[in-house]
Design a protein around this ligand. Structure first.
Ligand code: AHR
Length: 321
């Protein structure tokens, strides 16, 4: 890994030195060979995102090569290598973590392949839109965290909120930013205290296990903030096993908008989930077409997110995934 990071730093300086730090053009043609290097498929969000790319492929004239890195950043880098060798015209990449995927971005760029980051980004101090990749298509994760905190501040009825935070994948852009947005906003209300903040890797089972452990250390917890719905559902399972009543004696706030989360809201177990849409296929098609036509693409093509609560969850559950 260290060797790989050194190699990426070397590659970056070669690119900068050779004046290659601008994004390659995309030829306009009938069909494109498109790479989509998915990071994992262990939750409904990832499965819905991959399906969205497959569903878009025919209407957008793509020959789609989609891979699954099974939760390994190293495999995701190798998958991109293989796509470059197969001669893709364009790469859509959701980087599992902010730093380890930078070499993959740089390599595709050096091979003349325009790269679009989807749903997650890379370290902005090292790789920049308009230079090393065309654009980031995705949500404002800081805003998502702030909106989760705002809902809690407005709706929490107790005197003191003892919060457990379940973080997403360590080193990933949504985990970093959702934490920043929530923690900074909640610090402004002295009713609340975050007593523990630990990663559950965006996974249901790990979220459940971490919650079980944290419940023993902090039996007085009455708020759970999960960086995604899968971990929130895992936390609900752990709380119920411990005899607690999510929605009554523990307020659950989360992010994504999955079907299970909307059902938990309808059932009164979860308070809110801030939307983070996985349906990137149509947007990817549109932005790629504009880029091929020579239109200027903003460095961040921002996705607008809704918010789901008891007021509207039933209305939206049929469109959820
Ligand atoms: O990058 C977006 C996040 O990744 C989603 O919120 C999460 O559920 C997924 O794994």
């Amino acid at each position: 890994m260290t060797k790989k990071l050194l190699a990426s730093a070397a590659l970056l300086s070669v690119l900068a030195g050779a004046g290659l730090a601008e994004t390659p053009p995309l030829e306009q043609k009938e069909r494109y060979k498109v790479g989509f290097a998915q990071m994992e498929s262990n939750n409904p969000w990832r499965i819905a995102e991959t399906k969205s790319f497959h569903d878009t492929a025919e209407s957008c004239n793509w020959d789609l090569i989609a891979t699954d890195a099974a939760g390994s950043a190293a495999k995701q880098v190798a998958d991109v290598d293989s796509m470059i060798a197969q001669g893709i015209d364009v790469l859509f990449l959701p980087p599992r973590e902010e730093k380890p995927l930078i070499p993959a971005v740089m390599k595709a760029q050096a091979a003349g392949i325009p790269v679009f980051l989807v749903d997650r980004s890379v370290d902005p101090d090292v790789a920049k839109p308009g230079e090393h990749f065309v654009a980031f298509l995705g949500s404002d994760f800081i805003d998502q965290g702030e909106r989760a905190a705002d809902w809690l501040i407005e709706n929490f009825e107790g005197d003191q909120g003892i919060i457990v935070e379940l973080e997403g994948t360590t080193g990933s852009s949504p985990a970093n930013d959702r934490k920043q947005g929530f923690d900074e906003r909640i610090a402004q209300d002295d009713r609340f205290q975050i007593v523990a903040s630990q990663t559950g890797d965006f996974a249901r089972d790990l979220g459940r296990q971490v919650m079980e452990t944290l419940l023993q250390a902090h039996p007085d917890v009455n708020v759970v903030y999960a960086h995604n719905d899968e971990m929130a559902i895992g936390a609900i399972q752990a709380l119920e096993l411990a005899g607690r009543k999510p929605g009554e004696d523990v307020t659950i706030v989360s992010i994504d908008g999955t079907r299970d989360a909307l059902q938990a809201i309808i059932d009164g177990k979860m308070g809110v989930t801030v939307e983070s849409s996985p349906f990137f296929g149509p947007l990817a098609c549109e932005v790629m077409g504009k880029y091929a036509a020579g239109e200027e693409i903003p460095g961040w093509v921002q996705v607008e997110d809704r918010i789901f609560t008891a007021d509207n969850a039933a209305e939206h559950i049929d469109e959820a995934y």
